[in-house]
Design a protein around this ligand. Structure first.
Ligand code: OSB
Ligand code: MG
Length: 371
């Protein structure tokens, strides 16, 4: 049984090395929460992977803090836990607030694995010692800057390119990438920027032989995605649409897409993310691990998740240097020339948290204790 002794919440703001532009807007920095759980002399870390503004998810640092401090931490600190999945089930009493739950559950998974002396990957049932990764490029430059950036990442080993698109920025950059870079694995993420009325236009992208098109329509429009998928040769991958296992089942029944991007934050934690992985494996649906421009702490969780056997496509799991001047973990995440990242094998996350670096970016911190 695991009894948490205290939890430290931190609100953190970290400037990105370069702005990141998607159809929802521009980010200069990430503004998120870190959760540190303590018990038996050990510390476990989790990341509440919100962006800052509620563009991608309805959660923000303030809503996550409110829900953690007022509702989730009292549940977590209130009793002992057999395992992290049991805690996840108890947190289910709180409606939604998936990223807040995932940050807390992730910290407990880290602590849980450390206490057993095994890696988080092993604790989750991971089988892949190294995972292949891609890069997600925003809309921050013109076409030639995009092609240059893409070339640079491919030269570093990245195995797949994803670009952000929206109406007015799709055909031209994608054609240029195909023309300049040839048959590289290429995909596009619209973050819900199109409407079903754009079906004919989206069909014109079929000839570019994209690996998939991610979240073309708004999150709630599963029926629209099913209608669109019926008209497209390019597989649709769902991201924002899949906030729970139930939503995944509905989407797969409806035929709203053929691929699912898994993010622990969006699903409410690693337990739910693993269940989604299992469901997709049963149904032969390929999954890959998405990203939220996480710090090394969230990234280490994603790496452990992506080591599960069903993660067959390269994830949005770029190296630390793609995002940060200096990451919060030691060693930082590095991508090998073969486009793979080693999944840490030490206890828990398998990386050290650079406490001085965390402190440098911390806006506020508060300690919560079991009563
Ligand atoms: O839609 O996949 C997305 C970043 C922030 C929020 C949503 C998304 C993204 C990315 C970048 O595409 C993924 C990454 O490199 O972490
Ligand atoms: Mg996406």
């Amino acid at each position: 049984m695991l009894r948490l002794e205290e939890v430290v919440l931190r609100e953190v703001r970290m400037p990105l090395r370069a702005p990141f532009v998607a159809s929802w807007g521009t980010l200069q920095a990430r503004h998120f929460l870190l959760v540190e759980v303590r018990a038996e002399g050990l510390a476990g870390w989790g990341e509440v992977a919100v962006l800052g503004p509620p563009f991608y998810t309805d959660e923000t640092p303030a809503t996550a803090w409110h829900v953690l401090a007022g509702y989730l931490l009292p549940i977590a600190l209130g009793r002992s836990w057999g395992d992290p999945a049991e805690l996840a089930a108890a947190l289910g009493r709180v409606y939604r607030h998936q990223h807040a739950k995932a940050g807390l559950e992730g910290a407990v998974w880290d602590l849980w694995a450390q206490r057993q002396g095994i890696s988080l990957s092993a604790a989750l049932g991971g089988t892949q010692p190294r995972v292949s990764v891609g890069v997600s490029l925003g809309m921050e430059g013109d076409v030639s800057a995009l092609v240059e950036a893409a070339r640079r990442y491919l030269a570093q080993g990245y195995r797949r390119l994803k670009i952000k698109i929206r109406p007015g920025w799709d055909q031209e950059p994608l054609r240029a990438l195909r023309a300049e870079l040839g048959d590289v694995p290429l995909m596009a993420d619209a973050n819900g920027a199109y409407r079903l009325d754009d079906a004919a236009h989206l069909r014109s992208l079929d000839e570019l032989r994209l690996l998939m098109i991610e979240q073309p329509l708004p999150a709630g429009d599963l029926v629209g995605h099913a209608r669109l998928q019926a008209q497209l040769a390019t597989p649709i991958c769902l991201d924002e649409s899949i906030g729970s296992l139930d939503e995944a089942r509905t989407a797969l029944e409806l035929g709203s897409g053929r691929v699912i991007c898994v993010k622990p934050g969006r699903l409410g934690g690693l337990s739910a993310a693993r269940q989604l992985h299992d469901l997709c494996q049963e149904r032969g649906v390929p999954v890959w691990c998405g990203g939220m421009l996480e710090s090394g702490i969230g990234r280490a969780h994603n790496l452990a998740l992506a080591s599960l056997p069903g993660f067959v496509l390269p994830g949005d799991l770029s190296g630390s240097d793609r995002y940060w001047e200096r990451d919060l973990i030691e060693p930082e995440v590095t991508v090998g020339p073969d486009g793979r990242v080693a999944v840490p094998s030490g206890p828990g996350l398998g990386v050290q948290v650079r406490r001085e670096e965390v402190a440098r970016h911390t806006l506020r911190a508060e300690r919560f204790r079991a009563t």
